[in-house]
Design a protein around this ligand. Structure first.
Ligand code: ATR
Length: 268
């Protein structure tokens, strides 16, 4: 039996236990996956107790992704780039940390037929979610990535941090980002308060598509804006399942199929 858990605060609403149970059933692997409530200060103790009870793999979610870095003996390149870990695997010398968020998004892009190579990408928001995807996204060699954020300084600093990996810049909402963007990625948490960042349809090419890193009710306001402007939009549930599939592979060396799990969640 593989003992796994997600740690976070709040964590009760997490879909991860269900997703990983479905992966286990799909591949005939006996998985026990629980949700463990933990704040930043309690994480070292909670993780040690989990390890003591036979836990060998974990996911970290808000607000633990940065704290988790300090508890790892090794971290992979995406985690280093994002300065955050979402997946831990127990090795002989302690926890090894990974960040599968960006690669999970790209798995979902592949599923949806979205190819970032050579495309002009506009990203709204410059928080932790964006930091998690930029390294893997820039590795696909888009023509450019332009970040716009309510707090301009945050977008500028994040763009600067990733500028060695590709053509990327950042600015505030008041600036004109330009036009002909092929892909709009919505990453802000504005939708949690039914708010919408200031967006203009004119920034986007006629054939553009939109992707929201959020899913569920937090995605509804943006989804309505896209609908009103004739812009096809995908929500971030596929990214959630994608990052989970890659974590499952790290723990078990088996990569589950995303499609049956997405189908099961659609009827959730
Ligand atoms: P996450 O890990 O989800 O990215 P975060 O690091 O707290 O969370 O970042 C939240 C993002 O949503 C930020 O880009 C934030 O903008 P600021 O950097 O200016 O705070 C953005 N955001 C949150 N509420 C917003 C709103 N009402 N309108 C526009 N942007 C908003």
């Amino acid at each position: 039996m593989v003992r796994l858990a997600v740690f976070g605060q709040p964590v009760a609403h997490s879909l991860s236990p269900r997703i990983h149970r479905l992966f286990g059933e799909q591949l005939g692997i006996d998985v026990e996956y629980s949700a463990i409530e933990s704040g930043v200060d309690e994480l070292p103790d909670r993780l040690a107790a989990f390890r003591g009870s036979g836990g060998t793999g974990a996911n970290l979610t808000v607000p633990l992704k940065q704290t988790g870095l300090k508890l790892c003996t090794r971290i992979d390149r995406p985690a280093r780039q994002a300065h955050a870990v979402n997946t831990l695997r127990l090795a002989d010398d302690g926890w090894h940390g990974y960040n599968t968020d960006g690669a999970g998004l790209l798995l979902d892009f592949d599923r949806l037929g979205i190819d970032p190579a050579g495309r002009r990408i506009l990203i709204v928001g410059a928080g932790g979610a964006v930091a998690g995807i930029l390294g893997p996204l820039l590795a696909r060699e888009p023509a450019c990535v332009h970040l716009i954020n309510r707090t301009a300084d945050r977008a500028e600093r994040l763009a600067e941090k990733f500028s060695h990996l590709g053509t990327i810049d950042g600015a505030g909402f008041e600036s004109d980002p330009g036009s002909d963007f092929d892909l709009l990625i919505q990453s802000t948490s504005a939708g949690h308060a039914d708010a919408l960042p200031p967006l203009e349809r004119d920034w986007l090419a006629d054939s553009a598509v939109a992707y929201d890193l959020n899913y569920g009710p937090a995605q509804a306001t943006f989804s309505r804006w896209c609908g009103a402007h004739g812009l096809p939009v995908h929500d971030g549930l596929g990214m959630l399942v994608g990052q989970a599939a890659l974590a499952f592979e790290i723990w078990t060396s088996r990569r589950p199929e995303m499609a049956p799990v997405l189908a099961a969640l659609a009827g959730r």
